[in-house]
Design a binder for this molecule. Sequence first.
Ligand code: C2E
Ligand code: MG
Ligand code: MG
Length: 660
Amino acid sequence: MEGSEELRETLVAMRREIDLLRVEATHANLLLNALDSVLCVDGDADPFAGVFSALLPVFEYSHAIVLIENDHAQGTLECAAASRDSLVGSIWKAGRTFSKVLAGRIITTLSSADSEEWPDGIDVGLSQSQPALYLPLRVRNRRGLLMLLRDCDSSGFDRTHVALARKFSLLASHAFAATRANQTEAESHRLKQLTEQLKASQAELTFRANHDQLTGLPNRSHIQELVDAILMRKQPGQQLALAFIDLDNFKQVNDFYGHAAGDALLKRVADRVRAEIRKTDLIGRISGDEFVFILDPFREQAEVSALIARIRDRLQQPFEIDGARIRVSASIGVAFFPTHGSDYETLRRNADTAMYQAKTTSKGSIGFFNQTLGKEAAEKISLEHSLRTALRNRDFRYALQAKVDIRDQRIVGFEALARWVDAQGRVHPPGKFLALASELGLLDGITNIVLDALIDDLPRLDACFGTDVSYSINISAAQAAKIAFMEQFVQRIAGTGRAGSFTLELTEEAFVAAGPFQSRIFPLLREVGVGVSIDDFGTGYSSLSILADITADELKVDRSLITSIHQRPRSQSILRAIESLSAALSMYVVAEGIETVEERDFLLNATSITCGQGYLFHKPQFVDELIRSQTPTMPMPASGERFSSAHPSSRSPQSSALSF
Ligand code: C2E
Ligand code: MG
Ligand code: MG
């Protein structure tokens, strides 16, 4: 999945918003019920029983009391209704708190009513330390108030409650006015209007809570409800297919064309899929660039395959957006009910697994779930579990790989590379855990462990290599855009007083688009004096074009360009272009992944690159081993000898058997 970390954050935010909307919609509905009970009672009948029960789930109170100004005794209030019957008719004094409420204020307190206001001679049975909410209420043209009390040990009422109380206070007062026999036309008109408004906003809230605002499609929770309802009605032998669509390269579209174009694209994707499916089918958007659709009914699976292939082909046609021709593809995974699951969540997960597998094989393809995939998914879950435990136990270390001056092999710097050392002592490279750690939101923790350990080791490293060498740390593009994380990370480096010894390696994706990295973090790095390196240069989406927008200190040419460079004229031309651009922009060039003497010799003889990194010189090593292996420089191997990455045990002049 593309930019999974960013999408995950968006998803979490969307879920939070939807949950809030759902709560708001429910509250609006309950308030309407409360009003209904005011409006529906005849004559002098008590409307409060209905009001109390409708308000209970909204305000979660333990006691509700309605007090009305007493015409017979000035400065007192009479209890007109209460959730505890014995209080009805009791007389309360209008002290400071009550007077403010009668004058129209809503008040919340953590310890309940001013005891002076409480009725004499009656055991109210209430404690003085209950959180309370008071709201004004005009009942049949008399001033009054509603008092809601919670149990002593519960939390107080918050701002949302106050906002709801305000709405209720206003509407209920109008409702009481309207039920009076001498109600005026204007009053009843106003009440009708208010009730209509509340009903409309409730309908709107319900729609918004169930639908994605961008595409208007059912959202994650609604599609789940719809599908589960369909599945409940299924008879034995009836099938259903659930397909999971994920757009390929959506993140790049967003980065390259901007978020407005990204949004427009999502709408158009939804339209195209909607145009292909049948009336009985369903489609929903469940997160950023992920959609599900339900094919129901169908007779043979071939029907499903044909329809899905048609949708996939339609999505491959270019989209014209704001004058740009944008091409995307979609990877689609399918799971069948009941074979692959009997509820929405299982079907969705299995279709997602099938999609992921299809995307890994080839973007824009279709995959059908099978039990082998289920096994792989189970392995992923187990890895997820191990990774979370590993982070809790801080089972991550770092290895250092030297950057050398390729003319004399002098070490000029080191790159810190994360390693996971599992409970059995096995060392896993980042390829095994990085993507998943990032997807799970664990990468920041790992990066902090690497930095902490490196800072702890600095004195030993200084003693061995001097203080002139630099130390690079890799930061993913998603991390680079997280302001809070990066600020804390950079401050930690600055705290060493050696910011100039550190460099952050970022891939090109971190630099594209005017994101938070460019506007906030990059200037901070400059201010503090931490170096910036563009890692894996030449593998990204935009490569040369980003150099126009950003100045970095170092540019690391990706291994894919360096491998067999002496035999590849096209790569040589590209390297020359990179080299001259870097020179013009005063960037220091490092060649990554030098494995053979021929590659090194080409760089030495045909380019001006002097810095390199690769197995030919050093493999990554843990600090203890690195320091121990510091022996006087040995002669370089003769031409033709190669240190293969596939064989970690292969000889390298300065790496020990423990290197990896
Ligand atoms: P990278 O930053 O481009 O690091 C270089 C990778 O190439 C390292 O792999 C290194 O061991 C490998 N390498 C170096 N010289 C040679 C060579 O001559 N031949 C071959 N075949 N490979 C060579 P490693 O340690 O597996 O790291 C892979 C990638 O994982 C790194 O690529 C970097 O993007 C990422 N990474 C590593 N540590 C961290 C970390 O702490 N945080 C983040 N965000 N990413 C990390
Ligand atoms: Mg790197
Ligand atoms: Mg690299």
